[in-house]
Design a protein around this ligand. Structure first.
Ligand code: IDP
Ligand code: MG
Length: 148
């Protein structure tokens, strides 16, 4: 079992896509173990995107992600990290295939509505950053119908 960090970015919140996005993860069969909303501080945004600090788009990315509320989520399941990335789709919405969140709703590379951890190490780092209080442990009775 893995847990991944997923976040609806300010454009997804502004566009009213929170419910649609959460629904896709629920319907897929991932288990929600963390959920909250906040306007990110510059400090947490910079830490989250630290790997991109030298990229030309970094200042704009920080301004964007701190511009309004984001919805922070932790989703658990078998191979949850890659499952979530596949639901999300490639970075650029214009190239993302239909059926993915970015492919169905996005037209841009920066304004792409959603973040998902890309590896176990980044998931651990991002969950610790955004959910420093920890995530929920609960028994999802229906999960026995998602795995053989
Ligand atoms: P990912 O979100 O698909 O993992 P990354 O390459 O890790 O994509 O980039 C992190 C975020 O930075 C992207 O989701 C996007 O919002 C933004 N970003 C990436 N590349 C560009 C760019 O070339 N221009 C503007 N924003 C970008
Ligand atoms: Mg990334």
């Amino acid at each position: 079992m893995e847990t991944t960090y997923v976040m609806v970015k300010p454009d997804g919140v502004q566009r009213g896509l929170i419910g649609e996005i959460i629904g896709r993860f629920e319907q897929k069969g991932l288990k929600l173990v963390g959920l909250k909303a906040m306007v990110p501080s510059e400090e947490i945004a910079r830490a989250h995107y630290a790997v991109h600090a030298e990229r030309p788009f970094f200042p704009g990315l920080i301004k964007f992600v701190t511009s309004g509320p984001v919805v922070c989520m932790a989703w658990a399941g078998r191979d949850a990290i890659s499952v979530a990335r596949n639901l999300i789709g490639p970075t650029n919405g214009r190239e993302a295939p239909p059926g993915t969140i970015r492919g169905d709703y996005g037209m841009d590379i920066g304004y792409n509505m959603i973040h998902g951890s890309d590896a176990p190490e980044t998931a651990e780092f991002e969950l610790g950053l955004w959910f420093s209080e920890g995530v929920m442990e609960w028994d999802q009775t229906i999960s026995k119908w998602f795995y053989e």
